[in-house]
Design a protein around this ligand. Sequence first.
Ligand code: ACO
Length: 378
Amino acid sequence: MVMSTASKGLEGVVAAETELSFIDGVKGVLEYVGIEIDDLARNSTFEEVVFLLWNKRLPSQGELNSFTSELRGQYEISDTVLSRIKDLPTSAQPMHALRTMISYLALEDSDPNSTKPEEVQRKALGILAKAPAIVAAFDRHRRGEKFIPPDTSLSFAANFLKMLNGKAPTETMERAFDVCMILHADHGLNASTFTARVIISTLSDIYSTMTGAIGALRGPLHGGANEGVMVMLNEISSVAAAEDYVMGKMTRKEKIMGFGHRVYKAYDPRATYLKTLAEQLAKDTGNSDLYEKSHAVEQVMEREVAAKGIYPNVDFYSATTYHCIGLELDLFTPMFALSRISGWAGHGLEQLEANRLIRPTAEYTGPHGVAYVPIGQR
Ligand code: ACO
């Protein structure tokens, strides 16, 4: 079946079936395997959510324990990986470093190309477990600080923050970061997940799948928007300046990062949760001014464009949240990637369950019958 006209940006095109996440963009609902995101954010852990996305059901306590210990058993990166990280230019951006090093992990796998589901899941577990060490090692390398080895007694969230900062986080910080990981884990057929499914549908390997997905996530229209939000908040000198700043951008027809969504025409349920989290963390860490600036931007946007269905998306309040957790601005998008690796892997596994090469058609709009002109006559 060939549709005769292209849908710009594939809007409205159903390109896959999935049982992983459900989005109702009008009502502002997000569920992972049928469970509301709010329920998971309040009651679950990132490790449990990963199990859910890879097995399409919640684990028993025993299953969660063994899944968690398998994950922790893979936290460590090899000396070779660490030394390759130390070879990277300190001026490199963390997303480029992460993409490069995830790709590199394939070189340490004696059988990187297997597409057997159990093998893909095992490799995905390794990628997910090692990604925090890669980001933390690169960040410490560029700061001229020594690598802090992973701590297998800690959760995914706490281990990452310890490797980054040199000390275990407080319980509040660990929980805040864990919730961020839960909220970013999966989101239907977003651009990077679609990229992941396209790559694995060629029966390429899981390392290529992740590498390509990281590349898609980096863009400012997708996961890169959380960094754009922070740049914007830094440019706004005070709460009172937010109005003129936003109106200036709107007049110049520039987009406000962290607002709008292809699917949500209502408040993104992840943003609802992150807003509350950001407000609390900002208060606890002496960053209330940052939260107030965000809120002021939101109020102007609500007045100007809410009627068009443009609301804060997941990236808007995650910027304030990550800042309060103490992360550098250019680590915001890598944080998104650390979490979304779980969703990309879940979709990769689902694609392989009933794989058919993803290969859409383009509507040709160029000329026909053009005569070849020899190079000397052009
Ligand atoms: N600020 C101002 N106006 C906006 C914004 C925004 N952030 N987003 C959309 N609009 C306006 C557009 O200007 C356009 O208006 P028009 O019809 O008058 O020309 C209309 O809303 C539709 O916008 P599109 O860009 O065509 O919508 P699309 O569905 O293609 O884009 C996107 C969705 C890319 C997320 C867009 O809203 C955007 O660029 N937002 C800013 C970047 C961002 O926050 N990205 C993160 C998305 S969530 C994620 O990927 C994790």
